[in-house]
Design a protein around this ligand. Structure first.
Ligand SMILES: [Zn+2]
Ligand SMILES: [Zn+2]
Length: 238
């Protein structure tokens, strides 16, 4: 079994810890919070931490990368990301190549490309017992997945809220266009989830909600109604 802990989920910072009940191995996915905040959230215990996965270069996903590398933790990221976060010279960064699986402790990780304004990857992660899908900072996902037990998916905004805010002059048209070309809208998240066979899925975690352009209760209700699954919303803690 894979359990999920959320230490932060917003444009202020994203960080999740996954733990396998098979042998207690742990990985961190995205480290977009100050090092001290993650250390405290982990209770200063990294005995079971096998490695860290970073999706892309933006600060809300990579903020503390240099601290982790300095301490000799293995940090997995694409070359584009490593270059952007100045990690190419570090001893313990490991290159991710989309569609090439790799092992981190008990976990097998399949990275795949997403659609953002910089190179970005999502992850399909298994501990041999369960499969977990992690997708954030993308306006669309060209792949579909099956037999997934847990889904963590960005649900940043809804077209409806964006349109209303542009109409009310609270949001510029340019900003709206940037958002719909870089982040996942509720309407597209629902289409994406409905394209999948969810028969094994136990829970759907909605992550990276925008402060101004989302509605926690309504997003939860809409995804629950569309999928019939348990929906957990992770609001900002960053
Ligand atoms: Zn982000
Ligand atoms: Zn981003």
């Amino acid at each position: 079994m894979i359990s999920v802990e959320c230490f932060g989920s917003s444009s202020l910072g994203n960080c999740y810890r996954l733990k396998s009940s098979v042998n207690g191995d742990e990985i961190l996915v995205d480290i977009g919070l100050p090092f001290k905040v993650i250390q405290r959230a982990c209770r200063y215990n990294f005995m079971h931490l096998n490695g860290i996965l970073i999706t892309h270069q933006h600060g809300d996903h990579s903020r503390s990368v240099s601290d982790w590398l300095q301490l000799g933790h293995k940090v997995y990221m694409t070359k584009d990301t490593a270059q952007a976060v100045h990690a190419l010279d570090a001893r313990t960064w490991i290159e991710i190549i989309p569609k090439k699986t790799f092992k981190v402790g008990i976990f097998t990780v399949l990275p795949f490309e997403l659609e953002h304004d910089v190179p970005n990857v999502g992850f399909l992660i298994t501990d041999g017992e369960e499969k977990l899908l992690y997708i954030t900072d993308t306006y669309y996902c060209r792949y579909t997945f099956k037999d997934v037990d847990h889904i963590l998916v960005e649900c940043n905004h809804s077209y409806e809220i964006l349109k209303n805010r542009v109409y009310d002059d609270e949001l510029s048209k340019q900003r709206m266009e940037r958002l719909v070309k870089s982040h996942f809208a509720l309407e597209n998240v629902i289409k994406f989830l409905q394209s999948m066979d969810l028969s094994k899925c136990k829970d759907i975690h909605l992550i990276h909600l925008s402060n101004e352009n989302s509605n926690e209760a309504e997003f939860k209700k809409a995804v629950q109604a569309a999928t019939g699954k348990l929906v957990i919303v992770h609001q900002e803690k960053g």
